[in-house]
Design a protein. Sequence first.
Length: 293
Amino acid sequence: MGYTDLDMDLLRTFVTIVDAGGFTAAGARLGRTQAAMSIRIKRLEDLLERQVFDRSSRSPLLTRDGELLLSYARQILKLNDETVQRFLEPDNEGELRLGVAEYFVPHHLPVVLSRFTQAYPRVDIQVKVDSNENLFELLQRGELDLAVCRRDDPRQGGRVVRRERLRWAMAQDFRVDAASVLPLCTLPAPCVFRSRGLAALDSVGKPWRVIYTCESVMGVIAAAQAGLGVAVLPESTLTGGLIPLSAEEGFPELGEIELAVFGERAERKRLTSTLVRFIEDSLRPLEVPRLVG
């Protein structure tokens, strides 16, 4: 029986086009022309005998086969990259103390850490999940090597690895009465989620009342899921029956927050950069766009 081998370069080209939002932007990332990118996609389609992009519109869409291929391609590239990293960096070992803000994609982080420890079994990772403020204190005291948490001001330093929207969220069966005081579930002050939400409501004259306060984002999520009130949360945490509310429904935009890595130091770069690369790869992107152009 003969086998058809997939070309890793073609797969990477395909995934980069989707992630970059188009052929031109992807070509800029990979240092190739738009024509070269088109040729590679044509070679991929000829190899698979399937069309992966629907070019009938001005902004091409992924076909059903393209969506299916995207899932496989991401897995193949991850495995390829981890294998290469494992053999190029066989001596990576030591202890890494990682601090993580609890709202950092809670359903996703364990998968990232599991993949990392499988690729680098001689690296001992100790994870501390805590609030932004506590993580910064632990980092300054030298009790953490890295922290992945929110950056509220560029002067804080750090390296941004993800930007995401803050959203108003409520349970699917919760009903908002426009004429009544809005019940809120929040973290305690000071908190950027809380302060942005309250300021936005005040700006449109919407009366509010905090009915549930919890030190934990997970606690706020649970309260919103139970239908106690509306919460302000990062977009990536809107799972488990929570739905977003829009400006058309009377809820002002809340802007974005930045997730950054803090504590990267030259003397530990060999060890920390590998973990940071895993985190960045896991966030690129969390949701696959269907439309590319």
